[in-house]
Design a protein around this ligand. Sequence first.
Ligand SMILES: [Zn+2]
Length: 286
Amino acid sequence: MMHQPIREFFKLPVQSQNDWEDVFANPSDIRIETIETGRLTFSNKLMINLSHPNAKHIEEEELTIPVYCHLIQHSVHGNFLIDTGLDRSFQFDVYGNIQGKRRELLWPLKSYQDKGQDIATQLLLRNIEIKGVFLSHLHIDHVAGVQNLPKNLQIIVGKDEPYHCSGKRFFQDHFKGIETIYEIDFTSIKDKKPVGPSVDIFGDGSLWAISTSGHTQGHVSYLVNGKEQITLLTGDACDLELGFKNCVGPGLGCYSIDSAQKSIEQLISLVKIFPQIKVIFGHEKP
Ligand SMILES: [Zn+2]
């Protein structure tokens, strides 16, 4: 069985009521670097809702896509990861160390990683220490890398995001040794138009968690408001640029196709109003 940490609420700093225009007028000394941790091969029907009218011209096909994590470096608050990618067990097996009789059924994709490509090894080689990990959601390709990181890091996830497991029939024990993870509670947070509830993580407008439920229940996208660049990390609210261009949300296997569609439409509206935002999609080379 999978070890499931207890959940506590992530303590939020005082939230300002500024709109995005004010936020972007006051960027911070925060940088982001996207790091590849492996690849997945599977059908595009999981990444794009092929039943959507806008997707009529898109053929079903098998794609090989990158698996990312992102290093955030904030001059005051320190280093954090957003997602952790695949762990090193995927160097030896396309199912990594996923356990259980149903792993082939419930992980219907092949996953690959080159030697030294896991995030723990990459951070060690570069002598980078991190303070915590913000997760877009708990699917294995986003959280697996946690298992080789120090156990004292603060791990943060959207409220009500379920663990990606099915008892002993399908699980990966990536949270072994971790007592507590922290949930961002969006319930009392107002929409930050045109997107949904958005939380100012450090209280200085540098890093935002945007509730984008749909792909999974507690899915979160992140926005980095840097002096050099404003970057939106859609996470799996939009896996591919093709989805964004055609205004089609993620497909098969979503917690709610309708909410996922609403979430991607909100992100598209934000980027239409503020075209200076650089968008990094969940599984597309930036
Ligand atoms: Zn993913």
